[in-house]
Write a protein that binds this ligand. Structure first.
Ligand code: BTN
Length: 264
């Protein structure tokens, strides 16, 4: 189980995680964080759970994890930003997670890349997924955002059913040893707060360096079309620029991206 005292005494973030609840089971930590937000929970409130009965990923997909081995948590953010900047929170979260993992793993973390917009991969396998959601005021302004993070920590990917056993990885697999999840969660809170404070503009170069999508042939699956080409750049707001085979540059604001060859 996650240990509250270990987390509390290791926490260095000024805001994220100062208010927190560790639950044995909940529907989704993001739903719980939303309920807490409605009852006035502060900026930086963190909800983590060992079991999610209705965990969800991007595009309405289910997100499941075996009990007690991974980190499934959500952060409540109340930033003063326009709604148009909310998607960039997810990009910041990817950099923050990668930084925290680098703190925990050292050089072993070097092969971890960010698949646009916000998955962390290692050797082409998924290590971490991030889902950002928002709630607006009656005037259409941002009330709060919830950033939900699922990170495979001590998972044994070989114990998963197909196809996950071939597509997932974990920090334990990468590092070669298990990690203390409560200490790691404190590192995550600190690095995520640093990343949110910098904002995407302050992080764009580091995001580019960590990207395993840029320079790669990709297929972008959007609501109205499927686009193939090479991912060449990011716009200042973090949208992906794809150069198609006829040389046209197209910008993808949201959607699923598949890598057409394994990232090196
Ligand atoms: C994805 O890659 O599709 C995003 C996965 C996000 C999963 C996390 S686990 C904690 C939080 N609670 C949820 O229901 N989802 C997010």
């Amino acid at each position: 189980m996650l240990d509250q005292e270990t987390f509390r005494s290791a926490l260095r973030a000024p805001h994220l995680g100062r208010s927190f609840r560790f639950l044995h089971a909940t529907d989704s930590t993001s739903d719980q964080a939303r309920r807490d937000a409605m009852e006035g929970a502060p900026h930086g409130h963190l909800v983590a759970a060992e079991i999610q009965t209705a965990g969800r990923g991007r595009k309405g997909r289910a997100w499941t994890a075996p009990e007690g081995v991974n980190l499934s948590f959500s952060l409540l953010l109340r930033p003063k930003i326009p709604v148009s900047q909310v998607p960039s929170l997810t990009l910041c979260a990817a950099v923050g997670c990668r930084d925290a993992i680098a703190d925990a793993l050292g050089p072993a973390a070097e092969g971890i890349g960010i698949k646009w917009p916000n998955d962390l991969l290692h050797g082409g396998r998924k290590l971490c997924g991030i889902l950002s959601e928002m709630s607006l005021t009656a005037r259409g302004e941002l009330d709060f955002a919830i950033v939900g993070i699922g990170l495979n920590v001590n998972l044994d990917p070989d114990a998963l059913p197909p196809p996950l056993c071939d597509t997932a990885t974990s920090l334990r697999r990468i590092a070669g040893h298990p990690l203390d999840r409560s200490l790691l969660l404190a590192l995550l809170a600190k690095r995520l707060e640093d990343a949110f404070d910098l904002g995407f503009q302050g992080l764009a170069d580091r995001y580019r360096q960590a990207s395993c999508t840029l320079g790669t042939p990709v297929r972008a699956i959007m609501e109205s079309e499927i686009l193939e080409g090479t991912a060449v750049d990011l716009t200042p707001s973090g949208a992906l620029v794809i150069r198609t085979d006829d040389g046209t540059a197209r910008t993808v604001l949201a959607g699923d991206v598949e890598h057409l060859r394994a990232p090196s």
